[in-house]
Design a protein around this ligand. Sequence first.
Ligand code: GLC
Ligand code: GLC
Length: 811
Amino acid sequence: MRFGHFDDERREYVIDRPDTPLPWINYLGTEAYFGIISNTAGGYSFYRDARLRRLTRYRYNNAPMDLGGRYIYLRDEAEFWSPTWQPTQTELDDYECRHGLSYTRVASRYRGIKAETLYFVPLGETLEVWRLKVTNERDTAVSLSAFSSIEFCLWDAQDDATNYQRNFNTGQVEVVDGVIYHKTEYRERRDHFAYFACSEPLAGFDTSREAFLGPYRSWDRPLAVERGESGDSIAHGWQPHGSHHVKLTLEPGETREIGFVLGYWENPRDAKFDPPGSQTINKAGAQAKVATWLAQETVDAGLAALAARWEELLGGLRVQTPDADTDRMVNIWNAYQNMVTFNMSRSTSLYESGIGRGMGFRDSNQDLLGFVHMIPERARERILDIAATQLPTGGAYHQYQPLTKRGNNDIGSGFNDDPLWLILGVSAYIKESGDWSILDEPVPFDNAPGSEQSLYEHLKLSLRYTTERLGPHGLPLIGRADWNDCLNLNCFSDTPGEPFQTTENATGGVAESVFIAGQFVLAARSLAELAVHKDDDPAAYLTAAEKMTGSIAEHGWDGAWFRRAYDFHGNVIGSASNDEGQIFIEPQGMCIMGGVGLDDGTAVRALASVRERLATPHGIVLQQPAFSSYRIELGEISSYPPGYKENAGIFCHTNPWLMIAEAMVGNGDGAFDYYKRINPSAREEIGDLHRCEPYVYAQMIAGRDAPTHGEAKNSWLTGTAAWNYAAVTQWILGIRPELSGLRIAPVIPSSWSGFSAVRRFRGATYTITVQKEPGVSATSCSLVVDGVPVDGGVLPVAPAGSSVQVEAHLS
Ligand code: GLC
Ligand code: GLC
């Protein structure tokens, strides 16, 4: 069952009923001011840091799940309703939400009143614009009231949600010329405030939530709206709120527009108050913004600028294949999701509260794969930020804080895969950009001034971190966990609530990871490639990779697949000899991506085992059989009921590794088959089962052991986005940046007769046409570049600004 449809032309997803199985959200903002917005206008906004600079309040895990947001109420003489359906849930005569690239429009009709609200954050601004358009389609004139409504958050979202004994006393606002200013804590150490303005003369306003809602009432029937009159309330403590009341009379057929601007403003400390010495905030800067952004022409121009920005970003790669799901994901939504993960990391979604997690060291390095071709300069910056948190041992903080860019001490270090991701991130960046200078950038350790060494030295140390930490089988020690955060082999926790990932009740030099071994081989080979260019000797890295490959062959191969790990006691995990958890997906993907088993048939054997034992119609599960009970020696993985998350859920992040592995062994049908199983657009028809947005990847789909097999959770902020993008564009379509240029090596389904693509690469534009006899599986690719045959499969790097025509023939 569908709840909407794709409008590929306009790059929008159109939701045509408000009661989607879960709130289906979109993101506003692309630079510093951000928000999430649901299809019924729920959500919240923040400046830079979702925890520390939260503008509007949101209650997670609410009932209904999505309540609180950027609401507008309309009222005629008879009744009131929400044109975005929530929060009154009045049955609308029609409803349509269009989530576009960094904007959302919700339109509806109720008893002859048409209302459309547009929400977006203009480029370069720290504010959001709402634009309400109301049309009277009745045949008589109508007197309407419109009420806006937001609830202010007292800035620190964590404190706001917990510290009431203080917070019920601190709230302060000002209302001047109809603009509502939220200034809690401005009197002391904050230099910032929020403002909320409306384009029309006000009939009234409210800044006290209780005055607006009325005691014992919720958002579905605010007293001010019910009575048709605001209280002109000024909040003193409790819950500061923002509501404007506008009255308008519309003749039949008449349309009126009302603009709202909600913004963040920061003053220099010595210019906080006006007049100086008073307690009145200096509003000059904010007033100028209000004047600018309430003007219709500015709004139109701002929207056009935003569209142009997306046109430019998405112009990095456009494809036309025989498959509509592939095209719209690659050309629009997957690229968009990649940019969202760049901006949000794992902080803000319906499933990430914006409070808990900072930027992950491993996550950020992987997210890079999805956005590096769109914003290479920002990728460069990101890499240097990440590398600056590396520890002098070569180890890494697991996370760092976006506002301070410092490593996060609460989580600390000891996830032994982390440092290796840096090598893979940097290598991806250089392959895309050709910018070798990044390797010479001086980068500190643990942000300590004076500790700088070149980024290249950081990478060498990352590799050494592994070789200095090998276990009894010559495989890397796992530490607290590897990519699988929930495989906690040194934890042994029997205390409720104890964090699995930071508890080490047993410190053993024994528990090893075959996943990290595969990742090490991939990283060591990548570093060797970089070394050649640096005139450094790659031999040591290649030898280390060989040696690790030997250890995998000897202790990491189970006979039909790669093993997963050895536990604290030296017992094997991910082996036919286990009763549960016999085969895991991660080492199959990572070892093969590292090139392990490609020359001796083990890769192909492992892939057959995955297909036999792990693949389901909804994607490939993480392991089998699921753990049926808690196992203290394995940790959090066995804390989940079977089929969810790491305990045999379809952890979508890992699936593209298998697509890549299938492509590496030349199986285009197999790779594409896996791709389609989790492609959200291809799952649109089963929206009632899938439940999450059909336009973005979710982190997890419930596995075959789960009672809700096929149900997705944790949409948006997941490494799934970057990896799927890499898998389909670089390995299936085979347009793959390498150090020496762009490789063209498609491994496409046998039924296809080809595809075309336009790829921007190091400033040049390549128009690529790929052809193949339909019905055959191709194994080789011949290239003609601007009419001249080229050997070796790699396009020579063309001068920036030039256009290159590429014809590829697969046979
Ligand atoms: C989450 C984490 C990621 C981890 C994965 C598997 O997606 O963000 O870092 O690798 O779970 O546990
Ligand atoms: C992590 C993981 C996630 C896991 C969660 C549980 O951050 O990456 O996948 O299930 O912790 O606490």
